[in-house]
Write a protein that binds this ligand. Structure first.
Ligand code: SF4
Ligand code: SF4
Length: 433
């Protein structure tokens, strides 16, 4: 049923205009005790314990930070099971049976506008840390660390570009909740004492531009601006977005904060709104399930911890079962192939692309240079491939600047010989560690 090979197809089921379906009541949710950023973790609950929505039920520990684990339903802990995490590792998950009562933990309560106005940067650090807010565009970088920067921030840049093809989770979020996004921008503005917020969206999405500009009329005088940037990939790469959106060139190896710029994904800024206004951790997220391999591509608002299998079933299941499917968690360019469809949707999963497999045979490199010309980071993917094949760690470490690779997938996409160059880049990154 599920093939391993990566594939980009011409998906015709575009979901941009489809309203979000709220799929927030699964029978069970699965919450990982560890993840890719936090290799250690502990559970505060045991099988049989009753839990509430938003209750802290464990703690993940990474080398530099910790992340509380929150229950995303109210119900009962029924098991600790091993499942594959999106990172590909077999991981322990707390399995919680939903009682469908949506009983909130007492910690989730509204802050008045007066209380919010008094919040300091330190309060923002504390709240986002306790709410376990991370980069919801997929980076999973802890948001509280961004609030800890000591660099003066002049401009906050919101990434609403969603540049990977066929994903529309952020698109629908902006269309359906522009006020939360703008309010979240104003909270970030307050925390950093910044001068302006620039929300970047693709030029071609007139509907997003109209929605945001109409909503901004309610916030008269707010220094929040909408900037239309390129329609190409990887326009959403923060370095590229800062260049086209703000006209600032960020040199390689320099953090945008050093130039007075702080970037948040649009989903993260909506998560910031929830954290500040309601003291609410990330319990639900927007998620797109699309591709020519499922019957009804759909945009969802889902409960974090929902099984992907349930989402696929909701979409009517797979198209023609006789064809092998390719499942990609994330976008078709940067996402990770899944070998099974019982993965768990974590808070940083934006989408799943399900394709009918089209067999492509790799051919030898013809030295056309397409991969080199297309690399946005100015690297030499073909040389990276050769060094990996030769197990030449020294060259990878010292000459090929593999750290600058953003695993964007462009080299694989443009390769004349259909070589999976990005896989070699991934291997090279591991070899360089
Ligand atoms: S994945 Fe390929 S194209 Fe993208 S940055 Fe890395 S080497 Fe360059
Ligand atoms: S694009 Fe493919 S065929 Fe062309 S130089 Fe790069 S690896 Fe070789």
């Amino acid at each position: 049923m599920i093939a391993k090979t990566r594939q980009i197809a011409n998906i015709r089921h575009l979901t941009n205009s489809l309203p979000t379906v709220r799929y927030v009541d699964p029978e069970y949710v699965y919450l990982a005790i560890t993840n890719a950023r936090c290799s250690q973790g502990e559970s505060y609950v045991k099988v049989g314990d009753k839990v509430k929505m938003g209750q802290v039920i464990g703690l993940r520990k990474g080398p530099f930070f910790e992340q509380p684990i929150h229950s995303t339903v109210s119900g009962e802990v029924v098991d600790i099971v091993k499942k594959f995490h999106r990172s590909g590792k077999l991981t322990e998950f707390l399995q919680i049976k939903n009682d469908h009562q949506n009983t909130f933990d007492e910690s989730i309560k509204e802050r008045s506008d007066e209380e919010i106005a008094k919040l300091t940067r330190e309060d923002f650090v504390e709240i986002t840390k306790n709410c376990s807010l991370v980069g919801l565009g997929g980076s999973s970088f802890p948001t509280y660390i961004k609030f800890q920067t000591t660099d003066p921030i002049d401009t906050i840049c919101i990434n609403g570009v969603e540049c990977e093809p066929y994903i529309s989770a952020d698109h629908r979020l902006i269309m359906e909740h522009p006020r939360r996004i703008i309010q979240g921008c104003l909270y970030a503005l307050q925390a950093f004492k910044a001068k302006r917020v620039v929300i970047c969206i693709k030029k071609k999405y007139q509907d997003l531009f109209d929605t945001l500009t109409a909503e901004l009329t309610r916030f008269e005088g707010a220094p929040v601006f909408v900037k239309r940037v390129g329609n190409y990939y990887p326009q959403g790469w923060e370095i590229e977005m800062i260049k086209t959106g703000l006209g600032i060139k960020v040199p390689a190896g320099v953090l945008p904060a050093k130039l007075g710029v702080m970037v948040f994904n649009v989903s993260t800024i909506a998560g910031l709104w929830r954290a500040i206004k309601w003291n609410e951790p990330v319990m639900k997220r927007n998620f797109t399930c699309t591709g020519d391999g499922i019957k009804t591509p759909t945009n969802f608002r889902i409960r974090v911890g929902t099984s992907l299998k349930e989402i696929i079933d909701y979409c009517g299941g797979y198209t023609d079962d006789s064809e092998n499917k390719v499942l990609i968690l994330g976008g078709p360019m940067m996402g990770a192939n899944l070998v099974r469809d019982d993965a768990v949707i974590t808070k940083t999963c934006t989408s799943c692309i399900i394709l009918n497999e089209k067999k492509e045979v790799e051919e030898p490199c013809v030295r056309c240079g397409s991969c080199v010309y297309s690399c946005p980071a100015g690297l030499q993917p073909v040389q990276i491939m050769n060094a990996v094949k030769n197990n030449d760690k020294e060259t990878i470490k010292t000459k090929l600047n593999i750290k600058a690779c953003i695993l964007c997938g462009m080299c694989s996409y443009t390769c004349t010989s259909k070589i999976h160059l990005t896989d070699y880049c991934r291997k090279a990154k591991k070899m360089a560690q």
